[in-house]
Design a protein around this ligand. Structure first.
Ligand SMILES: Nc1nc2c(ncn2[C@@H]2O[C@H](COP(=O)(O)OP(=O)(O)OP(=O)(O)O)[C@@H](O)[C@H]2O)c(=O)[nH]1
Length: 333
């Protein structure tokens, strides 16, 4: 190799190093799955002229997939399909890998954190000479180590966010969490011209349950209520605890006629809940509530607070009508 070639190589390496350093800074500023996955799936190929990348992640208990699913917006959900989740990954060494057409060269980088393998990143190119046996991979291994650290960091940050949005007793969304999902559903409804239902419900005579059977029984009743609701709606349908014993359900794509059959099923399931007091005796429960269908419109945004205020009025009437009663609310124009 002559001097000119050596200089050219050195310049190329320096440029690559700068790009890697800039990319690492972007990685380190990621706080959510949305930031990190956008950077890895879109930024990495763009900024390094790669033809494709594949990210494989170890997710033994499905928690990682769930955490990403909860955090990404419905529009970002296809990113999950672009990732590969495995329960176990055999040790792999960094270096070139055999690839199938249309790719002509590939490089695999294990994502290691404190000697634990979190996954692997594979880079693909249509150029045969892009990833060869003689290629130095130390820069890229460093990048892989930063990616691994960011995966751990973002997972922790997402856990904190989740905790801040979750009701600790029942595990459902708290008011802020429910509001966030309502806002997301409103935006989705606007884009896809679809409606969604909101159901507000409140356990009847709950103070008596606490007074007669103790607070622990009351807590069990609230947990049983949430488990019951979870079994009736789809796993992805948001359930929120808005306060004490007041809960709300958001049911995407649910029409008035579907509510006509869903609401009685909810009432029936609550009547059948198996809540026991400290002596093992069954405590029967009922709930009252109100419901409406929200149709998002571009010109007038209806906030969750407005919906809940309206539903509260009907809930109050339902209670006044003797409880174990759900009323349809007249939606705002
Ligand atoms: N066990 C338990 N009780 C709670 C919790 N949060 C609120 N409560 C109780 O919920 C009860 C609500 O009572 P009220 O608002 O009078 O309503 P109610 O007795 O259900 O009467 P109606 O709603 O009119 O049928 C109060 O006794 C609160 O102390 C909780 O996390 N655990």
């Amino acid at each position: 190799m002559d001097l000119q070639q050596l200089l050219d190589n050195a310049r190329r390496n320096e440029a690559l190093l700068h790009r890697l350093q800039a990319f690492e800074l972007q990685l380190l500023s990621c706080q959510s799955w949305s930031d990190l996955l956008r950077l890895l799936l879109q930024g990495l190929p763009e900024q390094f002229g790669l033809d494709d990348i594949r990210l494989c992640l170890v997710d033994a208990d499905g928690q990682l997939y769930q955490s990403m699913g909860q955090s990404l917006t419905p529009e970002q959900a296809p990113w999950l399909e672009a990732l590969e989740f495995v329960t176990h990954l055999p040790q792999c060494r960094p270096g070139p890998v055999a690839v199938n057409p249309p790719w002509h060269s590939g490089l695999v980088l294990p994502l290691l954190r404190h000697e634990r393998c979190l996954g692997k990143l594979t880079l693909f190119s249509t150029r045969r000479d892009r990833f060869g046996d003689d290629m130095a991979t130390d820069f890229l291994q460093h990048l892989a180590a930063v990616i691994a650290a960011c995966l751990v960091m973002v997972e922790q940050s997402e856990q904190q966010t989740r905790l801040a949005l979750t009701d600790p007793l029942t595990g459902v969304e708290n008011r802020r969490g429910f509001e966030r999902l309502y806002t997301r559903e409103w935006a989705r409804g606007l884009r896809q011209f679809h409606e969604f239902a909101v159901i507000l419900l409140d356990l009847d005579f709950f103070k008596q349950v606490n007074d007669q059977h103790g607070h622990a029984t009351g807590d069990r009743a609230l947990q049983a209520l949430c488990n019951t609701l979870r079994q009736i709606v789809r796993p992805s349908d948001p359930i929120g605890r808005l306060g004490g014993e007041e809960f709300a359900l958001l049911v995407p794509g649910c029409s008035w006629s579907q509510l006509d059959s869903l609401v009685p099923r909810i009432q029936q399931a609550i009547r059948q809940m198996d809540v026991r007091n400290d002596s093992g005796q069954r405590v029967t429960m009922t709930a009252s509530g109100s419901y409406l269908v929200v149709t998002p419109r571009a010109h007038s945004r209806i906030e969750l607070d407005q919906v809940i205020r309206l539903l509260d009025k009907y809930l109050y009437q339902a209670k006044a009508q003797g409880r174990d009663c759900f009323l349809a609310a007249r939606p705002p124009n």
